[in-house]
Design a protein around this ligand. Structure first.
Ligand code: GYE
Length: 357
């Protein structure tokens, strides 16, 4: 009895020793895997500002599919939920994690100096994408890539000018409300300025500028109250597609029609982005009259910047993306701005089908 008990105890001790040893070695393995991951891959911390719109979803998708392990990257993705404080926390975490690059899509322009200085002190290059940062020292970031937001606004305003001229609508009969984007975001600042300057120059009645925070829900809410406040709105300038979706819902629920025939009581909706399918189909249906494109496919662009930096070259400080303007109406076929000609793309189903976003 005693002998067999001793054998059992020895057996149990052996099993314990083996399992403890096993767990030590798997812990070591885990550490090794972590180390190999950061050695083998380029680690990118991306602070995305939120998930407020279709444009943003397409942009997130583009970034995620550029920075894959197959492409040699480890992407750490953080959604800031439209709050700058969340983005600042994300950047500080990236610094602690000693990532190789920080990519920032900033919610608004100001307020980045301190945290970008911290990244610079840690020797981590920062690439700004989409909206810009307004910092006192532009060596706080390596470079920026995104859209020319004021140009988008100017193109839209020029389209409206040509359209109303051709349709013989008096400037003072153009009663506009602007549903703005997130206040302080480059996309809002540029698009608002493009319209406001043109309204002053042309003598249009720009009745209100109210933020819709780039969301469908806010766009609808704002449009509902604007319709109660003004009974003569004939142009709604929405600073993105999702606000336009919300505004169109509000207009239809109020028993009115959106469309290009403002001389006959329709309310003309103008918008930015042009993410398929909804936004573009609305143009074909004449629910939205004109869209200034804003291209969200920045993943490959940021990847090319990182590749250039890895190869030791210096990328352009600012890279602007070329963009189009779309309408189903053939009244305006081209625009001239500051001596440059832009063709208006007259939208068809084929064009929509060929687009990648
Ligand atoms: O137009 C809008 C999004 O910053 C360009 O942000 C971006 C804008 C885009 O919410 O849909």
């Amino acid at each position: 009895m005693k002998k067999s008990l001793a054998i059992i105890i020895i057996l149990i001790l052996c099993i314990l020793a083996i399992s403890c040893g096993g767990s030590f070695s798997s812990k070591e393995e885990a550490v090794n895997v972590e180390e190999t991951v950061s050695d083998e891959y380029i680690v990118v911390g991306f602070s995305q500002l939120g998930a407020e719109s279709d444009w943003r979803s397409a942009n997130t998708e583009s970034m995620k599919s550029a920075f894959t392990t197959e492409n040699g990257y480890k992407l750490i993705f953080e959604d800031g939920q439209q709050k700058q404080t969340n983005q600042i926390t994300a950047i500080r975490t990236f610094i602690q994690q000693e990532v190789d690059y920080i990519v920032l899509a900033p919610v608004t322009e100001t307020g980045w100096d301190t945290v970008l200085q911290e990244a610079k002190d840690a020797g981590i290059p920062v690439i700004i994408v989409d909206r810009m940062v307004d910092v006192s020292d532009d060596s706080l970031f390596t470079c920026w890539v995104g859209s020319a937001f004021e140009l988008e606004g100017k193109k839209m305003a020029e389209w409206l000018k040509q359209y109303t001229l051709k349709e013989k609508i008096e400037p003072s009969d153009i009663h506009i409300v602007n549903i703005q984007g997130t206040i302080g975001a480059s996309a809002q600042i540029g698009r608002t300025k493009g319209l406001a300057d043109a309204a002053t120059e042309n003598g249009w009645d720009l009745m209100a500028e109210v933020t819709g925070d780039f969301t469908q829900a806010k766009g609808k809410e704002v449009m509902e109250s604007l319709l109660k406040r003004y009974d003569n709105i004939n142009v709604v300038y929405c600073e993105n597609d999702n606000e336009a979706f919300g505004a169109i819902e509000a207009i239809e629920e109020a028993g009115k029609k959106t469309g290009s025939d403002i001389a006959n009581g329709e309310i003309m909706v103008l918008s930015f982005d042009g993410v398929k399918e909804d936004a573009m189909n609305y143009v074909l249906q004449d629910k939205t009259t004109c869209i200034a494109e804003c291209n969200p496919l920045h993943g490959p662009r940021v990847k090319a910047i990182i590749e250039a930096l890895e190869a030791g070259s210096t990328p352009e400080k600012y890279s602007y993306v070329d963009e189009e303007i779309y309408s189903a109406s053939e009244v305006v076929k081209n625009l001239s701005l500051d001596g440059i000609n832009y063709d208006v793309t007259i939208l068809t189903q084929d064009i929509i089908d060929q687009r990648s976003y």
